[in-house]
Design a protein around this ligand. Structure first.
Ligand SMILES: Cc1ncc(COP(=O)(O)O)c(C=O)c1O
Length: 410
């Protein structure tokens, strides 16, 4: 693998400077501007690897922020999409594949009696709120600190609590319960440090919301089709009323899904909730989703099992390398999505509990890891795909050890 140096990524730097003239902010999604040392420009991706415009190839652990569960340019997805393109790419009307994909989702997702399609996670969350409000006749949404549910502003009647704190939910619901339409949570706090739910916390949310007639929404935009085929609800055995999916469901094509109990989803069928969208049910996107779901379901879910086994070995290898280098590395999360940080070890149950890590260590690690051939997200998050294999693991651990050695030198 060629090793890049900061100075050598001149073409990317040139494009980054040019982009800021005509493209507001220089990037198409604000989060991408945080890249260390500056946003890179890419010319291609294949399997677990991405190649930038300067000709350097990296093992990709960003996976387009979690979308590429099957890696780049997976042949089954590519073929399904290509075949659909030859038959036209949008009808603005019905086609059989939307039924087949809906049926498959109902089979895979524990809370799903029915689903609706939209295009992004942000949209799916808004649809879920609308459905919950129509179903309950209430307006408030209860959400949690550090959770990300899309880029739209929270509605003014939102209550925000620390996560993993059952007593706080009990108190708030006792006071406002009759006004609360939905409680929404990431079932694993992937966006706020990859923090796991405390034992029995999700069960407590389930019990409290049921008792107060509140719709429980799991935002599974990250966890869906990643931490288990049926999402975190399957992994933890806690079934929400509604759930939102995006990212991995179509392995990189813009599909999001709202899934839920029939009696609640009936608000859509009855017309109480207006759910529209010119791009909804796009045949190309659903071709990608159908191929993805087939691939993820085959051989008793071997793809996700392989990704999880890889993630577990990677985590062990990173911890061992950090030990050898004498660097205090913390790893939080699950096998296929986890986050590393430096110097904030100790049990953490919510975003507030994350101590500010000593300045610069993560940045130093990310820059050195990039030079050694690893492409990571700016917050230290790693996503694993089903196509990361033995070769990638070996190269990654060698590269990470080099980067940890840089951190150790201060
Ligand atoms: C948990 C969660 N919900 C919603 C969203 C918004 O999804 P999108 O970026 O597709 O609008 C994201 C995006 O990262 C997410 O992580």
């Amino acid at each position: 693998m060629p090793v890049a140096t900061k100075a050598a990524r001149l073409r990317s730097l040139e494009l980054w400077r040019r982009a800021q003239e005509a493209l507001a902010g220089g990037v198409s999604s604000a989060f991408r501007a945080r890249a260390v040392p500056h946003p890179l420009y890419f010319q291609g991706g294949s399997g677990a690897r991405l190649t930038d415009v300067d000709g350097y190839t990296y093992i990709d652990y960003t996976l387009a922020w979690g979308l590429l569960i099957l890696g780049h340019a997976h042949p089954a997805v590519e073929q399904a999409v290509a075949e659909q393109l030859h038959q036209g790419w949008i009808y603005g009307a019905q086609h059989e594949r939307e039924i087949r994909v809906a049926e498959k989702l109902v089979e895979l997702i524990p809370c799903a009696d029915q689903v609706c399609f939209s295009n992004t996670g942000t949209e799916a969350v808004q649809v879920a709120f609308r459905i919950a409000r129509a179903f309950t006749g209430r307006s408030r949404i209860l959400r949690f600190e550090g959770h990300y549910h899309g880029w739209l502003e929270p509605t003014p009647d939102t209550l925000i609590l620390p996560w993993n704190d059952v007593a706080a939910v009990e108190r708030t619901v006792a006071e406002y319960g009759r006004e609360i339409a939905a409680v929404i949570t990431e079932p694993i706090l992937c966006n706020g440090g990859c923090i796991l739910p405390a034992p029995a916390y999700l069960e407590a949310l389930r019990e409290i919301t049921s008792r107060h007639g509140i719709v429980l929404v799991f935002d599974e935009v990250i966890t869906g089709f990643r931490v288990a085929l049926g999402g975190a609800q399957q992994r933890y055995g806690v079934i929400p009323d509604l759930a939102t999916f995006g990212k991995a469901v179509a392995a990189g094509f813009p599909l999001s899904v709202i899934a839920g109990r029939r009696e609640i989803m009936d608000t859509v069928a009855s017309g109480k909730v207006m759910h529209g969208g010119s791009f909804n049910g796009n045949p190309v996107v659903l071709a990608a989703a159908e191929a993805t779901l087939q691939e993820l379901s085959r051989d008793d879910g071997v793809c996700l099992k392989r990704a999880a086994a890889y993630g577990a070995r990677l985590r062990q290898g990173l911890a061992a390398a950090a030990g050898r280098q004498g660097v205090p590395l913390t790893i939080r999360g699950v096998e296929t999505v986890f986050r590393i940080s430096f110097g904030d070890e100790g049990p953490v149950t919510d975003e507030r509990g994350l101590t500010a890590p000593p300045a610069g260590r993560l940045g130093a690690f990310l820059a050195a890891a990039l030079d050694a051939g690893l492409y990571l997200l700016p917050d230290g998050r790693w996503y694993i795909s089903s196509v990361h294999g033995e070769q990638e693991l070996e190269e990654t651990l060698a590269a990470a050890e080099q980067a940890l050695a840089v951190v150790a030198q201060g």
